[in-house]
Design a protein around this ligand. Structure first.
Ligand SMILES: [Zn+2]
Length: 471
């Protein structure tokens, strides 16, 4: 028995050696070598065998919960992540003060479709972030369904005045990149109330930004633009099932009434913080690499995918470097940005302080697309350096990372953008992201431990390569 195992092990060693030789000589640019693949392997081993990110996310999701800017949850998350970063033995950990908006949902929204007096069907809605409340006691009116702002304009004031406008253009399901489908529909959510109020609408319903048919309404940011406070109309999202039901019922009875009641409120701005930790660079302490996500979340779920995942993955990057005893040449900062969802104050404040202090940021990576299996990265980078970055792709092949594309970095790091700086976004598989995005089901159970860890490992590996090969 032992002999047989010995023989198998010997053969396994030979196979491994042959495999390694093939791998190490395959298509690398001259500046990456077997040492890099060994380091990347140890990064992945640490992430998969000995991670902290899933436990951090468990605490953020299940002990703290939602973290909307200005809420108690956001405050607790600041304290918790600061404590955890301090335990990592980083060179510096600190809080960067930032003023953030505060908006509260109030008691749960309520809505129904009324087809004749007393005959009602309840629907699932939620107020969009930043919406005004309905008048006291709620709002009931006829509904006009539209698919676009052009259709709204064609209908004009005579058809819209005094009614509720229902924006019902679904996310485009034939787009493989779901973020593109989101980008193609989200104007209804962001500007629907502003546009409808121009024609005398009294309220707005928006189909939830989701590709799935279910009963969850999805909130998200909206804006009234420069419409005066007295003319602002309440706006809610309706679940995709609710949207289909309302649309089908309108076809049978165009004069049905829709009732909704929401009690949300905008308060004065409050003080909050970005949470920052740093490993000071051994060769270039004044050149900064940032990795981050946003610590705030919408209030309906626990913000586990959006963006608890990105925060704990970013923390994990620095933890892995400490764990494998890698001493970065550049200063590497983890930044947990506050207020991405409804204002971006954290990202803007971080960038303006960096500018004030003349800090030379050379690279930033954001994870804000969910904690799903990583597929690759999008790079905001010049063509020459992109060619060099693409020569690293074979290093990622064993980990099934094969998407290196040009594109944006992320909302929180974009304000840092300046000539020559590289901004990168982690691209996880996006097919299920909008099932959870900004909805009550964005909870810890929706995140897979292994997928989360693979994302952290991919991020750490990319930062390791940048730290080594860019000056
Ligand atoms: Zn996000």
């Amino acid at each position: 028995m032992n002999k047989l195992i010995g023989l198998l092990l010997k053969r396994k060693k030979t196979i491994l050696l042959l495999f390694s030789l093939c791998f190490f000589t395959y298509g690398f640019s001259q500046n990456v070598n077997s040492k890099d693949s060994i380091t990347i392997k140890s990064i992945y081993n640490t992430a998969l065998l000995d991670s902290a990110c899933y436990d951090w996310l468990d605490y953020l999701s299940n002990n703290i919960g939602s973290r909307l800017s200005g809420s108690l949850g956001a405050e607790l998350a600041v304290t918790y992540t600061e404590e955890q970063l301090k335990e990592l033995g980083l060179d510096k950990v600190w809080l960067q003060p930032v003023m953030v908006p505060k908006w509260t949902r109030g008691i749960a929204e309520y809505s129904y479709i009324e087809t004749s007096p007393g005959v009602t069907t309840t629907t699932n809605i939620c107020a969009l972030g930043g919406s005004v409340p309905t008048p006291h006691g709620g709002l009931k009116a006829e509904v006009v369904e539209v698919k676009s702002f052009e259709e709204l304009e064609q209908l004009g004031t005579e058809n819209i005045k005094g009614k509720i406008v229902f924006f019902n253009r679904p996310m485009q399901a034939d787009l493989i990149q779901t973020f593109r489908a989101y980008g193609g529909s989200v104007d209804q959510r962001y500007s629907g109330a502003k546009e409808a109020s121009k024609y005398g609408a009294v309220g707005v319903i928006v189909r939830s930004m989701s590709l799935r048919q279910d009963d969850f309404p999805h909130t998200g940011a909206m804006s009234y633009g420069d419409i005066p406070a007295s003319q602002r109309i309440p706006v809610c999202a309706i679940s995709t099932n609710g949207a289909n039901y309302l649309s089908a019922t309108l076809k049978l009875q165009s004069d049905l009434l829709f009732y909704f009641n929401q009690n949300c409120k905008t308060h004065s701005d409050v003080q909050s913080y970005n949470v920052i930790g740093e490993i000071t660079g051994s060769e270039y302490p004044n050149k900064f690499i940032v990795v981050g996500g946003h610590l705030d979340s919408w209030d309906l779920g626990d913000g586990s995918h959006d963006d608890g995942a990105g925060c704990v993955q970013s923390m994990e990057v620095l933890r892995i470097f400490k764990k494998i005893d890698y001493k970065p040449k550049h200063t590497i900062r983890v930044v947990l940005f506050m207020n991405e969802e409804n204002g971006l104050s954290g990202g803007k404040e971080y960038a303006s302080e960096a500018k004030r202090k003349n800090e030379n940021h050379i690279f930033a990576l954001e994870s804000d697309s969910g904690g799903f299996t990583p597929r690759g990265f999008s790079f905001d980078i010049d063509d020459n350096r992109f060619e060099q970055v693409k020569s690293w792709m074979p290093l990622f092949e064993p980990y099934l990372i094969n998407l290196f594309v040009k594109g944006g970095g992320g909302a929180d790091i974009d304000p840092l953008k300046k000539e020559g700086m590289i901004l990168v976004g982690l691209h996880p598989d996006s097919q299920r992201y909008f099932d959870y995005h900004h909805a009550a089901n964005d909870t810890f159970d929706a995140v897979n431990k292994r997928e989360l860890e693979l994302g952290a490992a991919a991020m750490t590996s990319l930062i390791y390569l940048f730290d080594n090969f860019f000056k």
